[in-house]
Design a protein around this ligand. Structure first.
Ligand SMILES: CC(C)(COP(=O)(O)OP(=O)(O)OC[C@H]1O[C@@H](n2cnc3c(N)ncnc32)[C@H](O)[C@@H]1OP(=O)(O)O)[C@@H](O)C(=O)NCCC(=O)NCCS
Length: 162
């Protein structure tokens, strides 16, 4: 039977929600657990400044996934999807897709014209998911602080009228 999932908005004190969403094999980023937590704490503080929205997926009273939407990004008019993650035991059940549906709806409601995200070129699961949803690679970005390369992907939400 498919798992019953509800999606809610997180608040700024919820930055521990990511604690059990990654496995050791995940290729999400290069940070240590401590660095990740501190980075999350800073990102979640942006919720109170209306610069960030975090969606949390819950099933049976526990957190099974999350995704962040930064309202501003380095691409004018585009929001940035960050840190999509689903609890390893709950993957391939459509939860990541539900979170992406919700984040895209939210972006449209906020009047954003496009969404961008960064994904590692070896993250086959995420790349497959984003491609299937219509995201296309626009460039390759080097993040010097992480010594890593990422694909910059974009989804156009609003097409200019002719
Ligand atoms: C990427 C991730 C969020 C996907 O979440 P999920 O809930 O398993 O995704 P879904 O079940 O909604 O899958 C949607 C589609 O994505 C693709 N996909 C998902 N996982 C995949 C995998 N392991 N291999 C290939 N394609 C995959 C498939 O096309 C899938 O559709 P299908 O199941 O009908 O074939 C999850 O694997 C994860 O948390 N990974 C670790 C963190 C991460 O890498 N985040 C992305 C950072 S950019």
């Amino acid at each position: 039977m498919p798992v019953q999932v509800t999606i809610r908005l997180a608040n700024s004190s919820d930055y521990h929600i990511y604690d059990e969403l990654y496995s050791a094999d995940d290729k999400a980023d290069f940070f240590t657990m401590e660095e990740r937590l501190e980075r999350r704490r800073q990102q979640f503080a942006e919720i109170d400044e209306n610069r960030q929205v975090v969606l949390v997926a819950e099933a049976d009273g526990k957190v099974v996934g999350a995704v962040q939407l930064a309202i501003d990004s380095f691409v004018p008019g585009a929001g940035m999807v960050r840190s999509l993650a689903v609890r390893p035991s709950h993957r391939r059940q459509g939860i990541g897709s539900r979170l992406m549906d919700a984040v895209e709806d939210l972006a449209r409601q906020r009047g954003l014209k496009a969404l961008v995200l960064l994904v590692r070129p070896d993250n086959e699961a995420a790349l497959a998911m984003y491609r299937k949803r219509g995201y296309t690679v626009v460039s390759r970005e080097e993040r010097t602080d992480e010594a890593a390369m990422y694909e910059l992907m974009r989804l156009v939400l609003v097409r200019p009228s002719r």
